[in-house]
Structures are given as C-alpha cells and as structure tokens.
Design a protein. Structure first.
Length: 319
C-alpha cells in the first residue's frame, strides 16, 4: 500500500464512512481516525499502531450537545470548562453509554470525549456524522506527529491517506480530565493547565499521574512519546553543548515561552532522533502551567539521567 498525503477532507470522510482508518490533523497532534461506532474500524487503529488493547481511545465529537449521546451523569463543571476551552484541547472522561463499543474504551466503563477545534477535523466530523475515535498517529510509544510528513514517517505503507493540515498549531496533546464522585482529576497534563481548570471550577484539581495497578489513562504509562535514540536528562546541559561528538541536545528552556516549548517539543525530539546520535540530552522546563505537560512528555520519553563526574559520564537508567 502506498500512503498518500491528501488535501481533500471529502476523501478523508469517505474513508471513515467506509470503515477505513485515515490520519487527520488536529490542533494538538495528528490523529489516526476511525468511526467510533464501528468496532472493526476501531480495531484497525489498534492493529496499525500496535497499541496494546488495554489503552482506551479518545472519541471526538463536533459539539457539546453530542456528549449526552455517548455519556451519562455529566457534571455541570464539564459544561463550565467546555464553555471556555471546547472546542479545544481538553478531553473529558465520563461514564459511557452502551452505544460506545467496548473496544473504544478498552473495556472500561468510561469514555473520553473531546471537541477538536481544527477546521479540517471538524469538517470531517460534520461530513461523517459519527463520532471519531483517534489516538495520535504514531506507532505505539513513539513521538507524536505534528506534521503530515511526520505521520508519513511513522505510518508509511500502513495506511492509505493522510489529510494534510500543515503543522499542528498547539503541538502537545489535550489535557485529560476525569470527573469521579464529585472530584476532578487531571489524568494527563496537556495544553490546558491545572491552573486554567481551577480558575473555572474555583476548587482544587487533583492529579493522577501514576496509576496504582490499573491503567485508567494510557498517558500514565511510564514510557511513551519516546525517540528511538535514548534520551537522558542532565543537570549540566552546557557541558554537552560545548562537547563535540555524537550527542544530541534538546534544550526547550531556550524558547521564549512555555507555549513555544510545547509547540516545538515533539518536532525537536523527532529532528534529533533522525540524526542518529549515540544519545540525546535534555533538561526540564519550569514545572508550572504548561511546563508540567512538557516535563511529563520528556520524563516519559526519557531513558533516565546522565551524570558527569570528573569528566566521565555515567547513566542512571529509569526503572
Ligand atoms: P493518545 O494515544 O495519545 O491519543 O492518548 C490517548 C489518551 O486517551 C490517553 O492518554 C488517556 O489519557 C486518554 N483516555 C482515553 N480513554 C480514556 C478513559 N476511558 N479513561 C481515561 N483516560 C482515557
Ligand atoms: Mg499518543
């Protein structure tokens, strides 16, 4: 199969309606899309990405009024957050209705719903008239794609079409928020920050960033978003910048804002990965606001920490 980059959303919508999978641009990263109500189509997403079957998918819909079709017990806070941030990069985890096939939610009784703002994705949603399941359009565990060309590198020969929407304007995934028994938790940090959500709800938002035993959110896996080249944190990035040799440096703290750091995160990791360095070093950005999402991706992409003592280098690998 030869994968084609296309510009026509009608073709993409036609594929979804036929039960095929197609890569689509979103404002966050590129997604690998299928009709969420068609279990065979959704299965193709798991098979193509080699995604483990315990990892639920995000279901994309066009409008907040669609939430009631697929979820129950929707708290008022969902509507309050959506008022400000949807369409956009927030995903709401809610108790699911039976109409959502089990394969979409990996058998769990909640469904993750998002209203994307990207005009091309929205056009495909409108033309299809069905909810669209779409995880990031990369092989499982690898760096998320932020251009059509990135998707081609990940999935060439595995899918027929990639709808080209240019570079994703946000570049980092949505914030996944769950609402359970009156509590609000961030399951995955993303573009919309904990502070943003707390401003709206007026109360503290918890964080579940590491699942004890059960995976309620794939974003919680310890290794994800990873380059093939090992990535290590260092406290001494200047040492590596000044050192000639086959070591890559990704320093996101050089960007003028956390938004810019987030926008360039996956693109910079991908660029460094393609150089086939022996390893890549990086450092955390400020751990506040959007910096939390950036640091979370770096931590999951990394193999551990590299230390320098008396000019010699040693590695502490992540467990
Ligand atoms: P990706 O593979 O990059 O699209 O990531 C999918 C994201 O979907 C994960 O990181 C989860 O946070 C989220 N997700 C999907 N369904 C659920 C669910 N039912 N409960 C919790 N998180 C979910
Ligand atoms: Mg992903």
């Amino acid at each position: 199969m030869k994968t084609k980059i296309i510009n026509n959303p009608d073709t993409a919508a036609g594929e979804v309606l036929k039960g095929n999978i197609v890569a689509l641009p979103t404002e966050t990263v590129y997604g690998l899309a299928a009709d969420a109500l068609n279990p065979e189509a959704v299965l193709k997403i798991y098979e193509t990405k080699k995604r483990p079957d315990f990892n639920p998918l995000i279901v994309h819909v066009g409008d907040i009024s669609d939430f009631e079709k697929y979820a129950v017990n929707i708290p008022a806070e969902v509507y309050a957050i959506a008022e400000k941030f949807s369409p956009g990069p927030v995903t709401y985890v809610l108790p699911k209705k039976d109409v959502i096939p089990d394969i979409v939610t990996a058998g769990i009784d909640t469904v993750a719903l998002r209203i994307p703002s990207h005009p091309l994705f929205r056009e495909v949603l409108r033309k299809c008239g069905c909810p669209i399941a779409a995880p990031s359009a990369n092989m499982f565990g690898r760096i998320s794609p932020t251009t059509a060309e990135d998707v081609l590198k990940e999935l060439s020969g595995k899918i027929d079409f990639i709808l080209d929407g240019g570079r994703c304007p946000i570049g980092i995934e949505s914030t996944v928020v769950s609402f359970e028994e009156g509590n609000i938790f961030i399951l995955r940090h993303g573009y919309v920050t904990k502070e943003d959500i707390e401003k709206i709800t007026g109360r503290e938002t918890g964080e579940i960033t590491d699942a004890a035993g059960k995976i309620s959110s794939p974003g919680m896996l310890k290794s994800h978003y990873a380059p093939v080249t090992p990535l290590y944190f260092t406290d001494n990035i200047e040492y590596f910048k000044n050192k000639a040799g086959n070591i890559g440096v990704v320093d996101l703290s050089l960007y003028r804002s956390l938004k810019e750091a987030a926008l360039n995160l996956f693109a910079d990791l991908r660029k460094a990965d393609e150089k086939k360095y022996e390893y890549i070093v990086t450092k955390r950005v400020d751990n506040k606001d959007l910096g939390r999402a950036v640091n979370d991706r770096l931590a999951k992409a990394s193999s551990g920490t590299v230390m320098i003592e008396n000019g010699s280098v040693s590695f502490l690998n992540k467990k």
